[in-house]
Write a new protein. Structure first.
Length: 255
C-alpha cells in the first residue's frame, strides 16, 4: 500500500456495488477502515461484494446500505444506520452515477432529470447530510467524482456532461463553505478500465482499444487501483488541498 491508512476511520462510498466504487470499498475495508457499501438497484452485486470482502475482513468493518442518493429520506435513513453502527462518519465519497445517453434532440425531460438527480442532486444531498453529522470536528473529507467530459462535453451526453460540470463547480462551493473542518475535492477520471468504459468505447475490440490508448500519453488504460491510490493520497497525505480537481487520466487532458 502507498501509505499506512489510519485505523478506526469510517468511510461511505455511494454507488459502490460495481466498478470504481466496488474497488474503493474493497481497498478501504481490507485496510481496516469501517466501510459502508451503498447501492440502490444492484443488490446482487452489492451482496456479492460484501460476501467477498467478508472472507478477508471481519464483518465488524462492513455495513451494507440500500439508499437512492437522490432521495433525501433514503439518505437520512442511511446516515442514521451508519451512525448507529459506527458512531460517526469521517469520509464521504460521492461515487454514485448514472448515464442515459441520447442525441440532444431525443433527450426527454425524464432522461435529463434522472441523470441530474443522481449525479448532481445526489452529491448535494449526501454532502449536506454528511456535513450536518460531521459538525465542527476536523479532518473530514468529501471526495466527489467529475468527468473529463464535464469540461469538454461530448456527443449524446448533454445530461451527463452537464451534471458532472455541476459537480465540479459544487466542489468549489462546498470547499469554501466547509473549510477548515472538511476538505472537499473532486477526482476527474479518464479511461479507467471498468465494464462501463469498456462497453461505452467498445474496448473489447482490440482495434478500438489500441486507438483509444494512442490518445493516452501513459500508454495504457487506467486501473481502478490507480483511483484507489489517488483517493488514499488525498485522504492521508494531502493536508492543505481543498476545492481542487485531481485528474487521473494518464495525460489525456492537459490544461
Amino acid at each position: 500500500m502507498p501509505t499506512n491508512l489510519k485505523k478506526n476511520k469510517v468511510v461511505l462510498i455511494t454507488g459502490s456495488s460495481r466498478g470504481i466504487g466496488a474497488s474503493l470499498a474493497n481497498y478501504f475495508a481490507t485496510n481496516r477502515y469501517h466501510t459502508v457499501i451503498n447501492y440502490s438497484n444492484s443488490r446482487d452485486d452489492a451482496e456479492k461484494l460484501y460476501d467477498n470482502i467478508s472472507k478477508i475482513v471481519d464483518k465488524k468493518y462492513l455495513l451494507l446500505c440500500k439508499a437512492d442518493v437522490s432521495k433525501r429520506n433514503d439518505v437520512k435513513k442511511m446516515f442514521k444506520k451508519i451512525i448507529s453502527a459506527f458512531g460517526k462518519l469521517d469520509i464521504l465519497i460521492n461515487n454514485a452515477g448514472l448515464n442515459i445517453d441520447k442525441p440532444f434532440l431525443k433527450l426527454t425531460d425524464n432522461d435529463w432529470q434522472k441523470v441530474l438527480q443522481i449525479n448532481l442532486t445526489g452529491t448535494f444531498i449526501c454532502s449536506q447530510e454528511f456535513s450536518l453529522h460531521f459538525g465542527k470536528r476536523r479532518n473530514g473529507h468529501i471526495i466527489n467524482f467529475g468527468a473529463l467530459t464535464g469540461i469538454t462535453g461530448r456527443i449524446n451526453g448533454a445530461n451527463y456532461c452537464s451534471s458532472k460540470s455541476g459537480v465540479m463547480t459544487l466542489t468549489k462551493c462546498l470547499a469554501q463553505e466547509l473549510s477548515p473542518s472538511i476538505m472537499v475535492n473532486c477526482i476527474v477520471p479518464g479511461h479507467i478500465a471498468t465494464d462501463e468504459v469498456i462497453s461505452r468505447y467498445k474496448l473489447s475490440n482490440n482495434k478500438n482499444k489500441s486507438q483509444e490508448i494512442q490518445k493516452i500519453p501513459m500508454g495504457r488504460l487506467g486501473r481502478t487501483s490507480d483511483v484507489c491510490n489517488l483517493v488514499d493520497y488525498i485522504i492521508n497525505k494531502s493536508t492543505f488541498s481543498t476545492g481542487h480537481k485531481f485528474f487521473i487520466d494518464g495525460g489525456m487532458f492537459m490544461h
